[in-house]
Design a protein around this ligand. Structure first.
Ligand SMILES: NC(=O)CC(=O)C(=O)O
Length: 287
């Protein structure tokens, strides 16, 4: 059954704090979701950060891993979506499959509490940066990468899903745009060092180049943690305007996706249809 696309979608980005206790993190996320829906009427989409139920660190991933969708966290998320009649892009959790392999996985839920999509992080965060205080991380030491892009339909609008480091790969964003996505959402756990340099810039670049909304939703900053999240959850429109930006601490920010701006942008700056596909293209396997 096709749904008439909504003109405006009201959303909440919950920049939750994460501690070393899965159940506390899940309860905290669920109360942030409940408060968001209570605080602002009409909220239909809620988004959570990367690894919202687990501290972001390879040493924690196996201990916090759960099967999808039968695990504790997924069951709780499904229930709250049904109770509140909302869509949820549920940041990520560490998924364990039948073979014991681990993935960094975003689950996406509809208001019936059904799982409508699952994105396993495609580009694992393996870096060794020395600038601006530096950051070394090697997700691939414990995680397996996902092998396909993920598009979900929310209120008749197509959303592309990525996770944090996935935003650095412009071909993935282009693929989503060419498949008709009007928003790309990246639940994230950006490190402070990277955040100061690239957080806003990357979102503006992906949004402007792909004529769509781009959002990154981060966990709250905890300067005493071994990995310090940047915060600053944000949504950018195709013009590169920052529509909303959280601070550093625990906070929920609200924003409207007004899809008419996509049509305006595409009419005034029709870059997607001006591509010289006789000269170049984005090659991708169908999914
Ligand atoms: N979690 C990540 O993938 C972090 C990241 O991309 C960063 O730059 O920080």
């Amino acid at each position: 059954m096709s749904v008439t696309p909504v003109k405006v979608l009201k959303a909440a980005f919950c920049q939750v704090a994460v501690v070393d206790d899965l159940r506390v993190n899940v309860e905290n996320a669920i109360s942030a979701i409940r408060n968001a829906v209570k605080t602002k009427s009409g909220v239909k989409l809620v988004v959570l950060p990367e690894t919202f139920n687990c501290p972001y660190g390879t040493e924690h991933f196996r201990k916090f891993s759960e099967p999808v969708p039968s695990g504790y966290t997924c069951q709780k998320l499904s229930k709250v979506c049904k109770e509140l009649d909302i869509f949820l892009i549920a940041g990520s959790i560490i998924e364990i499959d039948e073979q014991g392999k681990l993935y960094n996985t975003v689950t996406i839920w509809n208001p019936k509490g059904e799982l409508i999509g699952k994105h396993r992080k495609i580009h694992l965060f393996d870096i060794s940066v020395t600038r601006n205080g530096g950051c070394i991380f090697k997700e691939s030491s414990v995680l397996t990468p996902g092998d396909k892009p993920t598009i979900v339909t929310i209120e008749g609008r197509k959303f592309g899903i990525g996770i944090c480091h996935d935003i650095r790969f412009d071909e993935l964003a282009k693929l989503y745009a060419l498949e008709g996505c009007q928003a790309i959402i990246y639940p994230s756990g950006f490190d402070v060092c990277q955040g100061e340099m690239y957080w806003k810039l990357l979102q503006q670049a992906r949004a402007i180049d792909n004529s769509c909304f781009v959002g990154m939703i981060c966990a709250a900053r905890d300067s005493s943690a071994s990995y310090v999240d940047y915060g600053h959850s944000m949504l950018v429109n195709p013009w590169g305007d920052v529509l909303v930006e959280a601070g550093e601490g625990e906070e929920t920010v609200f924003v409207d996706f007004d899809f008419s701006i996509i049509d305006d942008y595409k009419r005034e700056l029709p870059i997607l249809s001006q591509r010289r596909t006789d000269l170049y293209g984005v090659n991708y396997k169908k999914f």
